[in-house]
Design a protein around this ligand. Structure first.
Ligand SMILES: Cc1ncc(COP(=O)(O)O)c(C=O)c1O
Length: 320
């Protein structure tokens, strides 16, 4: 058992003791907003942007979590500080926020303290996520279009980051049936590229960076960072409707998300993209990302991959 602690409803508790009730609205409806932030060099990257998105999701769900955004930020940093000593000094972290409206009112007699929102913040060493991901920085990923479509914003707005994610799970199941390691990119009901189950998509065509309009997608923090960096590098950027046709003509395609920042796609629907390796615009953006966050996170992932078996064994053998 680890000695990590979790902020859970106003207290810091051992990770294994942080449990959400079976009567929670999160379990009943997927009615929970969440966020995932990562650290680079132990400092949370764009924490405020992630918290702004969390509070925007909460407004949509009509949940008052009982904390101001400043309080949430302070408690987040405290959670990270409390967990840091459980790992070597060079470990980076994933920080997860999960907020629901709490147990359903009909079960109120089971909660002596009354019905309150469920608010948790956990920190997890990035070695597991990034150690497992490391080979993809070299191999790239294979994109496919699953039968499952993205939900249009007028039904359920993907701009809110919530645990109601069955469409993404269905897409993942369908992609897995299309071949091992396939990554699904969902089309919206108009046939335009939306996003993957945990990432945004970019194409490069004739030197221009293209990405789906901010409509039926989560507005990724990494998407915004990529656009900022492209502008700094004088790479033209356009948010527009993109379909299967545009993707098949693209010189480069890549995906962005908080944990790995960006990864190139090797194929789209079974056809090679460009020469199949990371393209020149992707490579410029990758270098700019590394400079921006102050660490070579590709090398770091490789280092994590090497140390992951020993780390997992140490975790299994007792508290760290
Ligand atoms: C559906 C979806 N799209 C895009 C993203 C990428 O967002 P970010 O760059 O903020 O991690 C995520 C992240 O989890 C996601 O769940």
């Amino acid at each position: 058992m680890s000695s990590r602690v979790v902020y859970f409803n106003g207290r810091f508790v051992p990770e294994a003791e942080a449990r959400v009730s079976i009567f929670d609205s999160a379990l009943m409806y997927g009615d929970m907003a969440f966020e995932m932030t990562r650290t680079y060099n132990r400092r949370p990257f764009k924490l405020r942007e992630h918290l702004d998105r969390l509070y925007a999701s909460l407004r949509l769900l009509e949940i008052d979590c009982g904390l101001t955004i400043d309080e949430m930020e302070r408690i987040t940093l405290e959670t990270l500080e409390r967990n840091r000593p459980t790992e070597s000094a060079d470990m980076d972290w994933q920080i997860m926020h999960d907020v629901s409206r709490g147990p359903l009112d009909v079960y109120r007699t089971a909660f002596a303290e009354g019905i309150r929102p469920t608010v948790s913040i956990n920190c997890w060493p990035l070695i597991t996520h990034m150690g497992g991901f490391a080979p993809k920085y070299a191999s790239g990923v294979h994109l496919v279009i699953p039968a499952q479509q993205a939900l249009p914003a007028h039904l359920v707005d993907a701009k809110a980051k919530t645990r109601s994610r069955l469409q993404y799970q269905m897409a993942l199941l369908q992609a897995a049936r299309m071949g091992a390691g396939r990554w699904p990119v969902l089309l919206d009901p108009d046939g335009f590229l939306a996003e993957g189950p945990g990432w945004n998509i970019f194409l490069v065509t004739n030197g221009e960076l293209l990405t789906p309009e901010p409509r039926n997608i989560l507005l990724g923090v990494s998407r915004a960072t990529t656009i900022e960096l492209a502008r700094e590098l004088d790479i033209p950027v356009r948010e527009t409707n993109l379909g299967r046709y545009e993707a098949l003509q693209a010189d480069e395609i890549f995906c962005t998300a908080t944990t790995y920042a960006l990864v190139h796609a090797t194929t789209f629907e079974g056809q090679m993209i460009g020469h199949g390796g990371p393209g020149p615009i992707f490579q410029r953006l990758l270098e700019a990302w590394k400079n921006r966050v102050g660490i070579d996170f590709v090398a770091q992932a490789g280092h994590y991959a090497e140390h992951l078996p020993a780390w997992e064994e140490a975790q299994a053998n007792g508290p760290n």
